[in-house]
Design a protein around this ligand. Structure first.
Ligand code: UPG
Length: 506
């Protein structure tokens, strides 16, 4: 039977959370040993958790936040990464160490030459071409044996890895320790077939890989989410009911960053930081739209032209973090190249009229979002961007491009109702295809619906501010995320204690 053109979806989808897989029946052991909470407290300091983030900003940054959060709870933490990736957050880690936290980096050499990449290209956001992206993914795969050896040598009490590293479940099982991994949750939203990620829509060459991810998750004992319970309680309850898996909501983890950490957002941001903030200082409160499509999205020149014109025609000032476009004239190797591209004279015009700032490259997004001049966020609906915008209390113009971003959009526009979608083309998928071109008037209309003075816009702004307050309450002492963190750590400590006891007794 074919798919209906529109369907109600209530399914599990990939989102950022960690799943904790335990090879022993924890609940049974707990019952058997009947430990008091006082004895759990004693277990603390000797716990060692090794984190393995994936080499893409949307994956790496929240995972480093979570690792630092663990360290703040007195856990010994090691983060495994590579030379260039470490540069993005090593200053934050140094600050943590200075303040007495037990956190360190394990820095591996990235196999650039082996993967056929230029030196220094170690993160998906720095791959200069689609071909380089594939090589980079291969390079990351080449690290697997080295990382496995590291785990075996260090023998941590728990492995926390990005869900993409499905094979960490094997090492964790071998070592008899819990494994944490990233994954996601459901609600009832309207979505079209074309908006479903390829992995869900049809069996692709990735299917086998996807099955491995699911299998690793199926063995999971619990989930750790970069979210807070009040934000998506229906999703969370449904997931637990359907899968029987426990979930801990620890986020939004960006709220744990200090001002210095926000400014960093990767060291690439420092160059644009002063420029953006100085420019924003000259603007009225809530008057500027921040436009960013995450770390990996690419548009066609035609689409960039439409966005550029829409921003120029709208009544609002803007900061636009413009992504690269695919070059039309490929080189001799027929490899697709990428380049920065803007309509001729565009930047000069903006410099003259002061209406907008275009950044080619990386900005300190979290810091910008919290600037009082920012009044709205045009986003591709990457989960980190949604959470960061929400924490800054900003209404959103939503423009999902791929992966689970369409689900995230529905959460914002249909469930929480603090955003408006760009265009009404429910069939749009990859924005690089000309057939999915969104016109300047559609973009401008959506911006007006969010930034304007209509009652709907005011309501959206109110809802966004309320959500920001809830997020803050969740991570404060006694809040739901705060309590979940405590309970998770108790569970890991308990697991260690029980495993040791069981080993001694047998
Ligand atoms: O100039 C920039 C651009 C981005 N960011 C940060 O980069 C991260 C981007 O993450 P996200 O918004 O999640 O977008 P992607 O990088 O596109 O994330 C990928 O990973 C996400 C988490 O799994 C998924 O939700 C997305 O669909 C997937 O594209 C955010 O923390 C931003 O603050 C900056 O700091 N400066």
């Amino acid at each position: 039977m074919g798919w209906p053109s529109k369907l109600k979806i209530l399914s599990v989808y990939p989102r950022k959370f960690l799943s904790l897989s335990l090879s022993l029946s924890f609940q049974l052991l707990l019952h058997y040993h009947n430990l008091s909470s006082a004895s759990i407290q004693d277990m603390g300091s000797q716990i060692h958790v090794m984190f393995l983030p994936y080499m893409a900003p949307g994956h790496m940054m929240p995972m480093v936040d979570i690792a630092r959060l663990f360290a703040a709870q007195g856990i010994r933490v090691t983060i495994i990464t590579t030379t260039m990736n470490a540069i993005g957050f090593k200053n934050s880690i140094e600050r943590d160490v200075e303040s007495g936290r037990n956190i360190s980096l394990e820095i591996l050499r990235f196999p650039s030459a082996e993967a056929g990449l230029p030196e220094g290209c170690e993160n998906l956001s720095s791959a200069p071409t689609p071909e380089a992206t594939i090589k980079l993914i291969h390079g990351i795969e080449l690290l697997e044996p080295q990382i496995k050896i590291l785990f075996r040598e260090r023998r941590p009490d728990c492995i926390a890895s990005d869900y993409i590293f499905w094979w960490t479940i094997d090492v964790a099982t071998e070592l008899g320790i819990p494994r944490l991994a990233f994954s996601g949750l459901p609600d009832q939203v309207e979505i079209t077939r074309s908006q479903l990620p390829d992995l869900v829509k049809r069996r692709t060459e990735f299917s086998e890989f996807f099955d491995k991810l699911k299998e690793a998750e199926r063995k999971s004992f619990g989930l750790l989410m970069n979210s807070f319970y009040g934000l998506e309680s229906a999703y969370s309850d449904h997931f637990t009911k359907v899968t029987g898996i426990k979930a801990w909501h620890l986020g939004p983890v960006n709220l744990f960053r200090s001002v210095d950490d926000k400014a960093l957002g990767g060291d690439k941001a420092t160059i644009s930081e002063q420029r953006c903030l100085r420019w924003l200082d000259s603007k009225e409160p809530n008057s500027v739209l921040y436009v960013c499509f995450g770390s990996t999205a690419r548009f066609s020149k035609a689409q960039i032209l439409e966005i550029g014109n829409a921003l120029e025609d709208s009544s609002y000032s803007f900061i636009w973090v413009v992504g690269k476009v695919l070059k039309e004239d490929n080189n001799e190797d027929h490899q697709q190249q990428e380049e920065w591209w803007l309509p001729e004279g565009y930047e000069e015009k903006l410099k003259e009229n002061g209406k907008g700032l275009v950044i080619k490259g990386w900005v300190p997004q979290v810091l910008i979002l919290h600037h009082p001049a920012i009044g709205g966020f045009l986003t591709h609906c990457g989960w980190n961007s949604i959470l960061e915008g929400l924490c800054a209390g900003l209404p959103m113009v939503t423009w999902p491009i791929f992966a689970e971003q369409f689900y995230n959009e529905k959460l914002v526009t249909q469930v929480l109702k603090f955003g408006e979608p760009v265009g009404n083309k429910t069939w749009r998928v990859w924005a690089t295809e000309d057939s999915t071109l969104i016109s300047r008037s559609e973009i401008e209309n959506a911006i007006r619906r969010v930034m304007g003075d209509e009652n709907e816009a005011k309501e959206m702004r109110k809802r966004a501010r309320r959500l920001a307050e809830w997020a803050k309450m969740a991570v404060e002492e006694g809040g739901s995320s705060y309590n979940d963190m405590k309970s998770l750590i108790e569970d890991i400590r308990m697991f260690k204690r029980l495993t040791e006891k069981t080993t001694k007794e047998s």
